[in-house]
Ligand binder design. Sequence first.
Ligand SMILES: *Cc1c(COP(=O)(O)O)cnc(C)c1O
Ligand SMILES: [Zn+2]
Length: 449
Amino acid sequence: MTSAVETTLPGSAGAGTSNVDELARIVVRCMACEERFSGADVLTSCPACGGLLDVVIPTRRKLTPGELGVGVPAAGRHSGVWRYWPLLPGLPEDALVSRWEGNTPLFRDIRLTRYAGLADGHLELKHEGHNPTASFKDRGMTVGVSHAKAVGARIVACASTGNTSASLAAYAAAAGIPALVLVPEGKISAGKLAQTIAYGARVVQVEGDFDVALALLRELTAAYDVYLVNSVNPFRLEGQKTIIFEMMEQRDWQAPDWIVLPGGNLGNTSAFGKALIELHAVGLIDRLPRLAVIQAAGAAPFAAYHASGFEEFAPVEAETVATAIKIGNPASTTRARRSIELTNGWVTTVSDDEILEAKAIIDRCGIGCEPASAASLAGLRRLVRDGIVGVHESAVTLLTGHILKDTDAVAAYHFDNVGGGPRSGANRPIRVAAELSALEQALADALHR
Ligand SMILES: *Cc1c(COP(=O)(O)O)cnc(C)c1O
Ligand SMILES: [Zn+2]
């Protein structure tokens, strides 16, 4: 593995001189004390006060949509992340690690609009499951791993509920940098674990939940020279901003009234607020949409924090079927709070049953997603019912991961009938004898589904 690093980075660890110059032009600032640092430093919290860090993007000059594509390096030309070059940290071109991430579809389906309770034509779904490793995590990872490569990291690491690990494993493999991944033992889906193993990361199953794994990893990265790519990494969030850039571009820069997304560790919530502020500052959108963050009821510390008027925050022990948002102590809480305050946003919760029902309906429309993603539609439906979102307001919901990320959840819904009685729309395969008459019966059933 060491030799792979040396092929990519001649000599030893450490950025080359030209990289240092380019990296030093990037400014990273503490959210809390405003102390400034260089992009050549590897930091995931403020050395002065422990606060969360932002990459500072200059936004004083107005930009037209055409100018957004100016200066995109060849290595990022096909990427749905790097093609927004003027609003991203200017990493050295030879460090860019891209797998043509982003470029994801914005779907409409009248059945889902009506399920949400909105007027026809008022709902769109941005499907981030259409990324190289099938979740939005790739958008952050291309920037995080490119920064890691630029600074000459010898090893990259994350704690993960599954999708971050799959994504990191793929991008680390692309960069030729070894990866270490901590996952909560027995609590990530088989598909996500399979990806991570196949892409070649060293997988460590920790006896404990995600929050325990992340705390442990932060101890390790504080003591050793290990590059951390969890969403406390400010460069990762820069990539996740492009979900918003691309969605607005797909809407001809017309902001919707609401953007609705699931909230786990709250990296996306943080990135979305920053993206919106920057787009507004450079004049690409003329008003800010409101962010609505949806948490699973069993993993909702941020919703409780919001309900207290952001007065009292208390971590919880998380429990939900939506494993990607099963997080009890979100690392980006203060940054996410800023996003909600700046966009006059909202936070609410949905039950696991609401999540699974919304997922079944998204799946049944031929779109499909993993359980955590469906929290967004379930949450929007609830917000419309509660009168927070108006029937004639427009919304974009975020689908964060692909249906094949969690096939156990599909099987549990359609085959197991847990909790008494079949689920609405449960679709069990049937067995028939190898006879035409039996098949004729199946044909009649299929016609009436
Ligand atoms: C990571 C992830 C989330 C949670 O996103 P945060 O940025 O941590 O709030 C939701 N859904 C899926 C599929 C994810 O992979
Ligand atoms: Zn600070």
